[in-house]
Each structure stands twice: as structure tokens, then as C-alpha cells.
Design a protein around this ligand. Sequence first.
Ligand SMILES: [Zn+2]
Length: 354
Amino acid sequence: MNATELERALDYPWGDDLPAAAGTLEVAPGVKWLRMTLPFVLNHINLWLLRDRIDGRDGWTVVDCCIDRPESRADWESVFATQLNGLPVLRVIVTHMHPDHIGLAHWLCERWNAPLWISGTDYQTARYACEVVNSFGGDRLAQYFASHGMTNAGDLEEIRNRKSYYRNLVPTVPASYTRLLDGGTVTIGGNAWRCIGGYGHAPEHMALYCEALDVLISGDMVLPRISTNVSVYEMEPEADALTLFLDSIDRFMPLPEDTLVLPSHGKPFKGLHTRIQQLHDHHRDRLQEVMEAAQAKPVSAYDVLPVLFKRPLDLHQTTFALGESVAHLHRLWYAGKLKRVRDADGILRFSLPG
Ligand SMILES: [Zn+2]
């Protein structure tokens, strides 16, 4: 089935309706959907405004922030002026440390004197990423890609010289935070929202589920149309990220099938169990294709790129794709279906064991 056919198996309560630019759409009592533009292939992010009351003050909890650029700050200014009923932002919750989610947290928190709530691992990783030059990238990333079969000297040089991509989108993060823990509860507007930790996409992603409203803020862990990026990179080169991800999405299975899912990209939908099954099927098929390639001859992650990605990739896309390719090979390797050997050329290749 293609993406459109898969999408038909899901129910979109708002059909093709989207919130107007810098406007909102109420998707559950006290829960507003806000959508901001991103200057990437993934061209938007969904953010959520939750009516709240903290320490006797009425206001809003914001979930996720968008990247830091003048256009997003301007979008927020219109939201403040028109969508908050004259009330303040009381708290900023961030599902995970990726730039589109945390970029403007420092600005929102400072402007409203509001605290940041986020998982401990994602807070520390974000802080490291924006305080250390070339925290992601530079020499170590080039060496890592070389060990996975990227041999073009020009490509490797470009990666070596890449300035910190993260710091352009996330100049800083707030100096303190309140820690979200898996299984913990956050009270928002008198409702209990349970934190559900997820792995494989970000270091420690937090989704939030409210039983009273039957609403799941799924972040990037469950998306309706695209499959979540699951990659292995140089900071944690031995990670079994795909297994972590697939185990993590199963943790949403106990929630009701008709839960309203609020994803960070795409439209709010119902059909949670169906979507989780689709994601398992998708990765099972990709893993099968990788196995077939490795049966023919030992393969590096770079060799597997055309198996996993049928379209031509530029260097920027290749760096993301290579991370995903390693994640697929690692799942098969950790499961004992492939063995790994570092060849005399320094490249890691995966093949059938025995
Ligand atoms: Zn993300």
C-alpha cells in the first residue's frame, strides 16, 4: 500500500481543515492546535496550547516551540495578541530536543517568565548541542560516515567543515528546567496528563496522554503519514535505535483505539493501533529488503541507501539517510540475523552469519 492508501485507514476528524496562519483550531476542550511554517522539506510543525491554571493564575501551557527565526517569533507575537484571550503563557513543555520543538523555548520562557518542562536527557543533550561548537558533526561525524562506507573525499570534507547546524536553529536553551519522567503526571487545566517516554528518535522523547480527554500528544513518536526518523549517529554509534523505537511505539497500544492523536507533523487523527501496526509493517518490509541485499554480498550502510531510499539523495539528505540505514542494519545485527566485520579498508560491512 502507498502512503495515501495507508492514510485512508485513519480517521481525520477535521478532514482537510488546518488552523489559519497564526490562528488556532480547538481540537478538545481547552486544547488548541497551532501550526507554524518550517523552511525545510518538512514544511510545518504542530504546536499545542493548553488552557491552564498554575498557582492561582489563569493562562496557557504551550507544548513545543518551533525553530528560532524572525518569522516564527512574529507568528508567536500574533498568537499572543489574538489566541490567548489576554492570558499569559505559564509554562513551556517540550516533547524532545530537536530544533523545531525546542528552538524558541529560551525566548518563550524568558518573555513570559515561564519554566521549561522537558525530559532530563533531552535537556542535557540540547544544552550540550548549543554550547559546544560542532557538537554534532565535524571530524567525528566524517570518520563515522567513512566507517559506514562514505568514501567520496569531497563529501567527507564538506561534512568535516560543516558549522554547527543545531546552533543556528537553537541558539540557546533556558538555564534551568523541570524534569519530565516516564510515568509521571503533569496536571494541566485540572486534567492529569501522563508522560510516556519514547526512544529511538530523540534521546528521551516525552509524549503526553490525558485519559479524561482521551487525547495523546504524540510528538514525533507516532506520525500519521510519514515514518519517524530513526537514526544512529556518531555520538552513540552502537545504538539499536530501531528496536528502541519499535518497542517504544508499542507502549501506546494500551491506549484506546479511538484516542485523538495530536502529532507534531500532519493532522490530528484517530486510529492509533492501526497506525502503530502500519509502522511495524513498514519497518518489517524495509528490514526484509536489507536482508535480501546482505544475502547477495556483504554490505555497508552506504551500500544499503538505494535499497531503503528509491529517490536520488543530495549530501544533506544522504547524511540523514545513512543514519537510518545504520539503524536498520543494527536491528538485524543485534537480532543475530547479520554479522558485522570491519574490513581492511576500515569499513563496517554486514553479512549473513556462519
Ligand atoms: Zn524530532
